[in-house]
Design a protein. Structure first.
Length: 591
């Protein structure tokens, strides 16, 4: 490509203009899907309503019943105080583990308590729970309005129905408050004998978790239909909805999409329905629960009305954004692109105007996708292992994006553009040594194997996630944002290479990694291995079939993930094609 003849100052002005246009496009791309929208299908004035009850589990970061690290008494009281004015009541799930302070503290605040009695497979712990609950109920009758003996015990298959009934009878004989048992509606219908043992029925309606997940916007008719069915089949006893809610983060399950707007809309619609139908209910839940991420993935920790910092996540019935922090990540994308462009300004200004536009646009797209990966890495990565995994992945993705960008510059202006170009804009301001840039060391284009090695590592990570989605998909996220940059970057690179006439390979080899990072003046370096590349390619092409069979074609997020997985295999398949060509050529030469 012939270098432009205009003065360098003019070229830098053009570069600045292109950078500004790309930054504006990046900001719009972040703003458009995250602008606040009105949620809920019915008019709703949040200030006119107070929630009847919320599930209360005051665990904070680093605390978990799984590790037996519990909140202090001061933290429990502080959390109760944060709910004053938001709810008339709370539901607890245990009578021990530091929650003994709840009834007296709630009584002072005028908050009613639905006292939980946790039942599990350990009989000795169950006995301690029952004894503690009876003591609290008799000591604080004005605060504790009812007791829930067991929560989804039959669903978890921790006890038999007869064992649950025995515990219910024991508690009923020792307290004056109404006693109930709580489970999903299907298990109430499966074990109707429970009806004779309780004072009222407590059922859970969580459309997101049902076997046939339902979209938040269509959940109210479903909830009321099932509520009326339960009422008809279990007559004679009042019915309370013990758990109802929607997650604000996490993986989709068919049409059930977790997001802030979906959660806020669901709650607004449910509050309207509850008021209209006269429903007794308890929302899940007061606070986000970081510890649940280990068991249920991102979605498990994101059911709170308030976040882990005890701040409201959205205005119920108001305007809600799925990512209120979008300006931060949009700005990060602009900053990353600017850094990349400044460091390579000496090369970019030697390109044609069209080449400059392609380079600037490519850099901004890569930076925006890296920013999205960083945002994804910050979502509910509460464990050290998750943080390390996210950090390593983002580092590899960033390096790979840099290699793709440098490769694009070669395709747009030839290798000499990176080795004999004028001083960079950064050098002009004393930021870099002339000619050094990022072309030295491990990121040099003289080491084309680096891109293939990083892509191979990322391919292993894609395969790991695909395997885990097959093995335990119900609770695992689709980490789409992590892998958009490599896939989109490679495809965009090949597209631009074709548009600028630098794509002189044909067939499957066109997207081979060897051709992607090869020196065009030295010929292709792709060797193509029939070992690990063949195995990875096979897995990446076959695993999506299993994922789709589990998620069905109705789960659009699963389809997006599978498409990325398949596209991710194409460069590896291209390398195998090159290997086959080389093998055929060597065989023909030998003959």
């Amino acid at each position: 490509m012939t270098a432009p003849t205009s003065r360098p100052a003019t070229r830098f002005v053009w570069l600045l203009l292109l950078v500004l246009l790309a930054a504006l496009a990046n900001i719009v791309a972040w703003w458009w899907p995250n602008q606040p929208v009105q949620v809920g299908n019915a008019p709703y004035a949040a200030q006119e309503h107070v929630v009847e009850s919320m599930s209360f589990a005051p665990f904070r970061r680093g605390q978990s019943p799984l590790t037996h690290v519990y909140p202090t008494a001061e933290q429990v009281v502080e959390d109760l105080e944060s709910l004053k004015g938001l709810t008339r009541g709370i539901r607890t799930y245990t009578s021990r583990e530091g929650l003994e302070v709840v009834p007296p503290a709630a009584q002072k605040l005028g908050i009613n308590v639905m006292q939980g009695v946790w039942l599990g497979p350990e009989r000795d712990i169950n006995d301690k729970e029952v004894a503690a609950a009876i003591e609290l109920a008799n000591k604080y009758p004005d605060a504790i309005k009812s007791l829930v003996v067991g929560n989804e015990v039959l669903l978890r298959k921790d006890l038999t129905v007869d064992e649950v009934i025995a515990y219910i009878r024991k508690v009923k004989a020792a307290v004056k408050q109404p006693v109930t048992y709580a489970d999903v509606w299907e298990f109430w219908l499966r074990f109707p004998q429970l009806l004779n043992e309780v004072d009222f029925v407590t059922v859970h309606f969580l459309p997101y978790w049902e076997d046939l997940p339902i979209a938040a916007s269509h959940s109210m008719p479903h909830i009321m239909e099932v509520f009326r069915e339960v009422k008809a089949k279990l007559p004679g006893k009042p019915i309370t909805i013990g758990e109802v809610g929607w997650p604000s983060e996490g993986r989709s399950r068919r049409d059930a999409v977790p997001s802030r707007t979906e959660a806020a809309g669901f709650i607004a619609d449910f509050m309207q329905t509850a008021k209209k139908e006269g429903l007794s209910y308890n929302l899940v839940e007061a606070f986000d629960q970081p510890w649940k991420v280990k068991m249920e993935g991102t979605v498990g920790g994101a059911w709170g009305i308030l976040n882990e910092l005890r701040q409201p996540k959205f205005e119920v019935g108001g305007k809600v954004s799925n990512l209120p922090e979008w300006p931060l990540f949009a700005g990060l994308g602009v900053l990353l692109a600017l850094i990349l462009l400044v460091l390579h300004a000496q090369t970019i200004v030697t390109l044609s105007t069209a080449g400059m536009a392609a380079a600037v646009g490519f850099a901004q797209v890569q930076a925006a996708l890296l920013s999205a990966a960083i945002e994804r890495g910050l979502e509910y990565n509460f464990s050290v292992a998750h943080q390390i995994e996210a950090g390593i992945a983002i580092l590899l993705i960033g390096i790979f994006g840099l290699l793709l960008f440098r490769r694009l510059l070669v395709l747009l202006g030839g290798k000499s553009a990176l080795t004999h170009s004028p001083r960079s804009l950064g050098s002009a301001f004393g930021l870099l040594r002339p000619g050094a840039g990022l072309g030295a060391g491990v990121l040099s284009l003289r080491q084309p194997r680096l891109g293939e090695a990083i892509y191979g590592l990322l391919g292993l990570w894609v395969t790991y996630h695909a395997v885990m989605l097959v093995a335990a998909g119900r609770y695992r996220d689709f980490p789409i944002d992590y892998f958009l940059l490599p896939v989109a970057g490679l495809l965009l690179l090949r597209l631009l290479a074709g548009l600028f006439g630098r794509n002189d390979n044909a067939g499957m080899a066109r997207i081979a990694l060897g051709n992607t990072f090869a020196d065009p003046q030295a010929g292709t370096t792709a060797q193509g291995r029939f070992g690990w590349e063949a195995v990875l390619t096979f897995l990446l092409l076959c695993l999506p079939v299993l994922v789709v069979s589990l998620e069905t074609l109705d789960n659009r997020e699963a389809l997006y993930w599978c498409a990325i997985t398949v596209v991710y295999a194409l460069p590896l398949l291209g390398n195998l094609a090159l290997a086959a060509q080389r093998t055929t050529a060597r065989t023909a030469a030998a003959v």
